[in-house]
Design a protein around this ligand. Structure first.
Ligand SMILES: [Mn+2]
Length: 344
């Protein structure tokens, strides 16, 4: 399949997806339903689905696999878009990483993050994401929340200074991805506002390195409006990356195809990104459901991409003058009707 080009769009052309998007169908209640495809062998599958930018965790694509991954990416006309340290899979992080009550675990988290900065640079990715993973709590008083927050400040400061010392102005941008719950009942950095507050508390020298990677499904899980969360990032100059998908309200983390369930909001999101001159990658964080068979593994990506292409094109056609007039006259119901008409 040919690369998916979102046009007209400045900056990074093509769309991104994670190697984890096309996993073997595991969930908390059952093992895999499909054969597990080796990580590097997922590259041609992603390319075949029209994806341009690869995203991966350190546990999926360890540093020693980076040279091989780069070769394969080049062969398939792809690039690395984002790399991220896993602070959740290794049992050592069972009670968090940077916020663990165990100083040895906190140290290990910071070391892993530094190594991930190196791998991000070696891969040529411009963004490294921190997802809060197991940073949080299931039992009250299990952690001192105030201390936990200061541990995050301390950890992110160390990683930021390391990136600056090693790479100067070539350091990758570091984007925090908020999530309200799963796998913890209560997670630190649960929404965009918390992530922005944390950044405001970092050493001013490293603050410019840090931004946010908002994800549609994570906002919806908390019952929040993702358009507002993304606009908050834009207003702060901190939209460093974006994870597109869909989510059935406040249920478990589903990672459904982008453009499904709330297309009017997705249309509005495309309008906002276009008007903001978004130049970064448009990346999917979706998950092939366990009911999809191996032959249909990339349906989750091709469906997301087709929806994105349609919505992006329709968003470009939304008459901004009309929207402005509806705002000025407070005709919000008529505005709703207009947007719906644009969609259908
Ligand atoms: Mn994500």
């Amino acid at each position: 399949m040919t690369k998916i080009l979102i046009s007209p769009k400045k900056g990074a052309q093509g769309v991104g997806a994670g190697v984890w998007n096309i996993g073997p169908g595991r969930d908390p209640f059952g093992g895999p339903t499909r054969a597990e495809i080796p990580i590097l062998d997922r590259i041609p599958l992603l390319a075949g689905a029209g994806i341009t930018y690869l995203e991966a965790h350190d546990i999926e694509l360890p540093a020693h696999d980076v040279p091989e991954a780069k070769q394969r990416l080049e062969k398939h006309g792809m690039k690395a878009g984002m790399y991220t340290p896993s602070f959740f899979a290794d049992p050592i992080f069972k009670d968090g990483a940077m916020t663990s009550n165990d100083v040895a675990v906190r140290k290990k988290a910071v070391e892993n993050a530094k190594a991930a900065v190196d791998a991000t640079v070696q891969l040529g990715a411009k963004v490294m994401v921190f997802w809060n993973g197991r940073e949080g709590f299931d039992f009250v008083l299990a952690k001192n929340g105030q201390k936990a927050f200061r541990r995050l400040i301390e950890g992110f400061n160390i990683v930021g200074h390391y990136a600056l010392e090693q790479y100067g102005n070539k350091a990758p941008r570091l984007a925090i991805e908020p999530k309200p719950n799963e796998p913890r009942a209560n997670m630190y950095l649960s929404n965009v506002g918390e992530a922005l507050y944390l950044i405001s508390r970092l050493d001013p020298k490293v603050q410019p390195l840090y931004g946010v990677n908002p994800e549609i499904a994570h906002s919806r899980m908390a019952g929040l409006d993702y358009l507002w969360e993304i606009e908050l990032c834009l207003e702060a100059g901190k939209l460093f990356h974006i994870h597109l998908n869909a989510q059935d309200a406040t249920r478990y983390d589903q990672d459904l195809p982008f453009g499904y369930l709330e297309p009017v909001k997705d249309l509005a999101l495309c309008v906002v990104l276009q008007d903001a001159g978004w130049e970064g990658i448009l990346a999917f964080d979706v998950k092939a459901p366990r009911t999809d068979i191996q032959a249909d593994l990339t349906d989750i990506l091709t469906t997301s991409a087709a929806n994105l292409q349609r919505l992006w094109t329709k968003a470009a056609e939304v008459d901004r003058g009309k929207v402005r007039r509806f705002r000025e006259t407070q005709r919000y119901t008529a505005l709703a009707g207009y947007l719906t008409a644009c969609l259908y």
